[in-house]
Write a protein that binds this ligand. Structure first.
Ligand SMILES: Nc1ncnc2c1ncn2[C@@H]1O[C@H](COP(=O)(O)OP(=O)(O)OP(=O)(O)O)[C@@H](O)[C@H]1O
Ligand SMILES: [Mg+2]
Length: 450
């Protein structure tokens, strides 16, 4: 019946003749037979050996067959062993009670040999099949579990790859945008530079030459205090006194003009400096100022609103080890968002109403008093951000702006630049109705990811 090993059957009966009959019958049929002459003996036997089947007498001194069966079924170690009751009673009640207690079958005394053997074999077969099924089930469960685990792992890997891909794509798009803008600005700055150097270089000589001519003129006037009428008329016509007073002022305002154009050109170059692979020391204030310059056309007033006031409160910051072009990009994103927000809050207001409560952007920098960390705050007095939106503003592609106006990349890229490239932090504080503040913290000597 069992190909690998002999099946083991425990006979529990208090009547030696019964035991003898069954023992001989089963032994001859090739089974290994164990014997117990009471319920107690059977239970203690079972602590040492686990038979494949139990033949259990009902009427025994001490604990009877029903109680023995109940205890067997209560014990997880013996619960699964099939029990066949042996009964002399032929009444249904006893048989039903045995089956209710968990017995799989019953045989009646006196024993019919063929019947005993047939029932024993059937239940051993069922037992073996049940055990096989349980093993297969366990294997299946394990397989399902490991499959689920592998699917989860794969999914997580795919998710990671997808996120990485999206970030790279964002960076590429933004890099393209910024490098196109940077190249344009650098080109313009370069083109301005040559003529302005030319003008400011020559202006110095022009000033000297004009001074020489003026000296010469005053020498003429001294030597010839009474000019003839033609010269006197010309002096009147050109208003010589006014000309002499105005000319030096004109020259100095031309010098001031060229100085300012040179400054703008320097700022443009500061903004558009392309990122090197290595980090460099950078004055953050130069970065903010150059960004403000690029945004000047959006800050200045127009027929719908007065200029946006920019209130700078720069602290004493050392130069910071960083990627300047990327930080400028963050300032650009934050300042553009502030301008967008202010313009949104101006909707429906007249120019006079806006003037009464002017649009403002406050930029403050400071050094953390206890850590080598630079703190930059960019605050506007726009509409602010409601809490459910604030929770999402750093999410990639989250935007409240209409299609074509916002892509929803600005803040997610800014967070990447600050937190991943510079090991810093970027936070947003906002009370709806009273503006928004973006706070950046950057370690001064951080060794960011390169
Ligand atoms: N200063 C601010 N005041 C009010 N809301 C803001 C402010 N800054 C950002 N937000 C909100 O955060 C959202 C996300 O900003 P983010 O810069 O990431 O994208 P965007 O400005 O919509 O588009 P993009 O910058 O890609 O052109 C904005 O759409 C806006 O709703
Ligand atoms: Mg933006």
């Amino acid at each position: 019946m069992n190909n690998e090993r002999q099946a083991q059957i425990l006979i529990v009966d208090d009547t030696p003749t019964n035991i003898k009959v069954l023992f001989n019958l089963l032994k001859e049929s090739g089974f290994k037979v164990l014997v117990a002459n009471s319920g107690e003996a059977a239970l203690s036997n079972l602590e040492k050996a686990t038979p494949d089947l139990i033949l259990l007498d009902i009427q025994m001194p001490g604990i009877d067959g029903f109680e023995t069966c109940r205890r067997l079924k209560d014990n997880p170690a013996t619960r699964e062993i099939p029990v066949i009751f042996m009964t002399a009673f032929s009444d249904v009640e006893h048989k039903v009670k045995g089956l209710e207690l968990g017995a799989v079958d019953y045989i009646t005394k006196p024993f019919q040999h063929e019947e005993v053997l047939a029932r024993v074999k059937v239940h051993l077969k069922i037992r073996q099949l049940t055990q096989n099924l349980a093993e297969k089930n366990a294997e299946l469960q394990q397989l399902t579990h490991s499959l689920e685990h592998r699917v989860e792992e794969r999914t997580a890997n795919l998710q990671r790859t997808l996120e990485e891909l999206q970030r790279t794509q964002d960076q590429l798009v933004n890099h393209e945008k910024m490098s196109a803008l940077g190249q344009l600005i650098a080109g313009v700055a370069h083109e301005i530079n040559n003529p302005i150097n030319f003008i400011s270089g020559n202006l110095k000589y022009a000033e000297d030459y004009i001074q020489d001519l003026l000296d010469l003129l005053s020498l003429y006037q001294k030597k010839n205090p009474q000019p003839d009428s033609e010269i006197a008329d010309k002096i009147d016509e050109i208003d010589l006194d006014y000309l002499l007073a105005d000319l030096p002022q004109l020259i100095s305002s031309m010098k001031e003009g060229t100085r300012r154009i040179s400054q703008i050109s320097t700022s443009l170059r500061t903004f558009s400096r392309s990122d090197t692979d290595a980090q460099v020391e950078f004055d953050i204030h130069d970065g903010i100022d150059s960004t403000l310059l690029i945004l000047k056309h959006r800050l200045k007033g127009n027929d719908r609103r007065p200029a946006i006031q920019v209130i700078k409160n720069y602290g004493n910051l050392p130069e910071i080890h960083c990627y300047p072009g990327q930080l400028n990009q963050v300032f650009m994103n934050l300042l553009s968002n502030a301008i967008d927000a202010l313009e949104e809050s101006n909707q429906g207001l007249s120019k006079a109403e806006i003037e009464a409560e002017p649009n403002q952007i406050a930029i403050a920098t400071s050094l953390d008093p206890s850590n080598p960390i630079a703190i930059i705050s960019i605050r506007d007095n726009g509409p602010g951000i409601a809490e459910p939106i604030r929770a999402k503003i750093f999410d990639r592609l989250f935007t409240t702006k209409s299609v074509g106006v916002g892509t929803g990349l600005g803040l997610s890229l800014s967070r990447q630049i600050i937190e991943e490239k510079h090991r810093g932090k970027i936070l947003c504080n906002s009370q709806p109705g009273s503006g928004a503040e973006f706070l950046i913290q950057i370690p001064i000597n951080q060794c960011g990811k390169t």
